[in-house]
Design a binder for this molecule. Sequence first.
Ligand code: IMP
Length: 427
Amino acid sequence: MPNVVIVGAQWGDEGKGKIIDLLSEKADAVVRYQGGNNAGHTVVIDGKKHILHLVPSGILHKGKLCVIGNGVVIDPAALIAEIDELLTQGIAVDANFKISDLAHVILPYHRAIDGANEGKRGSGKIDTTQRGIGPAYGDKFGRMGIKMADLADAERLEKRVSQSLEEKNFLFSKYYALPELKSHDIVPMYLEYGRRLKPYLTDTVSLVNQLLDEKKKVLFEGAQGTFLDVDFGTYPFVTASHPTAGGACTGTGVGPTRIENILGIVKAYTTRVGAGPLPTEGKDGGADLRARGKEFGATTGRPRRCGWFDAVLVKRARVINHFEHMALTKLDVLTGIAELPICTGYKINGENIPTLPSALEDIERLETVYETLPGWNEDISSMKKLEQLPKNTRRYLDRIEELVGAKIAIVSLGEDRSQTMILNSLL
Ligand code: IMP
């Protein structure tokens, strides 16, 4: 299979970074299709931790082309800092890195509005990463966004920023009680970012389609996860883009019939960062699983809320993304837990609910139905073959496959590259 979309099947933080890093070895190119520096992909190589927010994790492999697609929103200062950090570590970021000139830009007023909106929402706040992601996508769809291509021309940029500031400054003074911004505080700085990033900018639509024409192996990298999708997630507790597999097409300019495979990344239990419903959430926000799995956000350091594996949810993700294969991550975290509940059904007032309901209030009042499997105590973290796994671990995997309706292609048993069983790389 020459190309695969990598998609988070829960609320993000499923361990996509590690899986993309592993599959990058066999790939020619990695293309990121949505989100921004709200994402944080952690990759551990030889004990050294790399956290990437915008640059695809394929960059850690020599000779792989890494592309930021048009569906991503870019904070240029954050991107430049990330590039500089990679360069300091001796990792090449030159002809192997390309950015779509169609991608939209995050400006200082987007970050300010993101923070101010959270304040306005009070107890109903979304707990965004406050990186300006939602307001930047808001401007894109409101047709007042600024694209990477606009950073190349002073006059053009000045015109667009001034137009946008007319509305923003009205909101700042009349609604948010924030200081107004002047275009001269923004334009010179963003022109400079534009100069710095110019060597990487290109028409990535032609580039990626050309790679596919040449039968090159391409990974499409999603950030966040299915239930943070603005359409399919637990709205309004979602991000502002489409992490789901369909986003790979609109976020790169590749037609749907060119996509050949989808790999759902699934954590062996469930986590979510920020507010919003989490049907299988454990006592005290799943404190025990959090401690075992070291569940703290890679971008903001916030503690993640944790709960048992929710098969109803992942089955829904299988349908939305149509993945036939899964990478199951952090299985080692469950070692030593005597009994492992799996959520197999939802009810409201005793009545069976077949899948995630559409209304937030209904999701919030779901009762979860569990079946419980026996756990295992053996250290599985360095096992290399499926046959080595304890009987109960195999049973857990088999049951997840059955309930979700997809095959496990990869099992991750620890954060290092070496702690992985690749049963089918799909590439
Ligand atoms: P935003 O994407 O910053 O607007 O945040 C919206 C919601 O998505 C918040 O609940 C965030 O915690 C969550 N979120 C955004 N990016 C990630 C991610 O990479 N992993 C997990 N949750 C995320």
